[in-house]
Design a protein around this ligand. Sequence first.
Ligand code: GLP
Length: 263
Amino acid sequence: MEVILRPDAEAAAKLAAKLVARQLRRKPDSVLGLATGRTMERLYAELVRMHREEGLDFSLCRTFNLDEYIGLPVTDPHSYRHYMNEQLFRRVNIDLRNTHLPDGMATDLGAECERYEELIRSTGGIDLQLLGIGESGHIGFNEPLSSLRSRTRDKSLMPETLAVNSALFGGDVEQVPHRAITMGVGTILDARFILLLATGPRKAVILAKALEGPVTSMVTASALQLHPACRVILDEAAASGLQEKSYYRWIFENEPEWAPYRG
Ligand code: GLP
């Protein structure tokens, strides 16, 4: 795992966007794993800017989102499909038929989860998986005690998660679906590269546990420590609880790979 610190949320999102763009330029038909949440909005805005101003091409790429609420139609403004369409898909030259999210309206949820896993497999697996982190330590919607080998399945969300995510439902926790389909921790760990972006002071406590604490299903993001190619990009506020910040800063200042991104 490599942890990179940037001064603020804008700089962190821009660096993450540059790494996504690099992946797309190296392999235009990349399979991207995508995430939702407020943190990702800056990153997607930057990708849209790169598309418009620098010709970043999405025409061949395929995408799989981590998760979707159960029971929200895709037309619902709170569905993750709606979020993705608005934040990214509608604003770049991606073929919507190449964009996939679990179907939270499926009548047979088990079959839908298997279909999703199989589709990821038959598309060749995920090249680059983007992740945020929830305050419960979740990646996707893998709440505490999710098996670290779990696959795509339906999950009940913690009351704490419902409360945090109610911000995107006008603050009304009653409106937040209690269940979601999510890629499992095992599904996420299968990606070739992983990029986690987290910003803001509210993430500081959980990031200290996930990155520098023991690997435990109580904090599913800690399983990223087992991945051979995982990068974590944080702003200083999100990193404030970490012990090895000076080492992480040293990496960014000294590793040759980061030279093009330092300016
Ligand atoms: C939701 C998503 C997660 C995301 C998290 C963080 O719970 N299922 O994938 O990481 O939100 O969201 P935010 O960026 O708004 O803090």
